[in-house]
Ligand binder design. Structure first.
Ligand code: F3S
Length: 395
């Protein structure tokens, strides 16, 4: 891979150890993927935050990197969800030892200049790339959203690669950074209107079908941004989709060249229904309803507040979101309505990266196909997959 004089100096350690280690990672990735050079980025989003997934080794690596104090993120950079609500972990029942380790991880990232806005929907709270910006993001659902809904350009980076890119301000130029790799190779013709959890079911089916390809969707009704984030998260979890096109909606759908796609698939309401049923793993009732995968927008929290207002929720309810969106929900009075009904607006974390399997829950109710896909495998718990209105039960 071609390196500029300055990049060579970075590799030689002339800008300090943290930059040298970061360049080592970027050069190795560039060589693996055949990148001709590095490209400047405007934004980074770093995964690998939960103590549950990176453990003691990850914590030590980050603390070592941060202790060098020679480098900070050079571009707007934010963190993925950790394993706890960073401020409110005690009241929500998170294990103390886990919560202490978790805060140490987030502090180490903070010392490296990564903003401690911990969310998988950073595009809702200030980490918002522009059309055709080169960026380095690693949360798969966020990658699908920025590539497909905003038209920024990123591959599905791993956590270390995105952290290295944040510190150097560059990423290897390959894959979805090139327009010719952004064309569709599967056309998906949906013959029924979709709403709510239907979008996750559609994403789940097509992710399995297309793998790491680029699907092009034709849907009779117009999805909103919440539907698009749900769809992208599902595509990225059952497959490894980083980019999709939605006809008449996503910025690049006209250059996606669907007429050249190798494959076509038709999806009916029966397909959607069968997948919704398949994603539920038990006939028991959920003891924890966990919404906000990807992290909830203010509109989604408002919708839940309207459903539960003046009632008492039977099961436990968490709506996971970022601290910034929660601040808006607090000011709008939505948090108070939800808390009076017995639910919680939980910051930072989510049902997959939190240690919910150690918190006494057995069946988790979700409206996200990504969560339905991961909760059984990563937490060992059963899931009920449905729309919000059906999941929440009242006394
Ligand atoms: Fe976000 Fe956790 Fe879902 S990181 S996309 S809420 S699994």
């Amino acid at each position: 891979m071609y390196l500029t004089n300055e990049e060579e100096k970075m590799c030689n350690g002339e800008f300090g150890e943290t930059i040298r280690k970061s360049m080592d990672i970027l050069v190795a990735l560039g060589d693996i993927y055949g990148a001709p050079k590095l490209v400047d980025i405007t934004s980074a989003q770093v995964s690998g935050v939960s103590y549950k997934t990176i453990g003691e080794a990850g914590l030590e690596y980050l603390q070592d990197l941060a202790s060098d104090k020679t480098a900070q993120a050079r571009v707007n950079s934010t963190l993925n969800p950790p394993g706890t609500d960073l401020d409110n972990w005690k009241a929500l029942g998170f294990p103390e030892e886990f919560a202490i380790k978790q805060n140490q991880i987030v502090d180490a990232y903070g010392a490296l200049g990564i903003t401690k806005t911990c969310t998988c929907t950073p595009y809702l709270v200030g980490n918002v790339p522009r059309f055709q910006n080169h960026i380095s993001w690693s949360e798969s659902s966020a990658v699908a959203f920025v590539n497909s809904v905003i038209g920024a350009r990123t591959n599905r980076e791993g956590g270390p690669g995105a952290l290295a890119a944040a510190i150097v301000g560059k990423t290897p130029l390959h894959g979805f950074h090139f327009e010719e790799n952004r064309f569709a190779n599967l056309v998906v013709d949906v013959d029924c209107e979709l709403k709510g959890a239907d979008f996750g079911a559609l994403g789940y089916i097509i992710g399995q079908e297309v793998g790491s390809g680029v699907p092009y969707f034709k849907i009779p009704n117009i999805p909103d941004n919440n539907d698009l984030k749900t769809l992208g998260a599902a595509l990225a979890s059952s497959g490894s989709v980083a980019l999709y096109h939605m006809e008449n909606i996503t910025p690049e759908y006209k250059v996606a060249k669907p007429e050249n796609a190798e494959d076509k698939i038709a999806i009916s309401s029966e397909d959607i229904l069968a997948t919704r049923e398949k994603l539920t793993t038990t006939d028991k009732e959920a003891d924890l309803i966990c919404l906000g995968c990807p992290h909830a927008s203010l509109e989604e929290i408002k919708k839940v507040a309207r459903i539960v207002q003046g009632k008492t929720i039977k099961n436990k309810l968490w709506i996971c979101t970022s601290i910034s969106v929660k601040a808006s929900a607090d000011r709008m009075g939505f948090t108070q309505i939800i808390e009076e009904a017995g639910g919680n607006v939980v910051c930072d974390t989510c049902m997959v990266v939190a240690p919910i399997e150690d918190m006494g829950f057995e069946v988790i109710g979700v409206n996200s196909a990504k969560a339905a896909n991961y909760v059984p495998s990563m937490c060992g718990l059963d899931v009920v997959y449905d729309d919000v209105d059906n999941l929440i039960k009242f006394i």
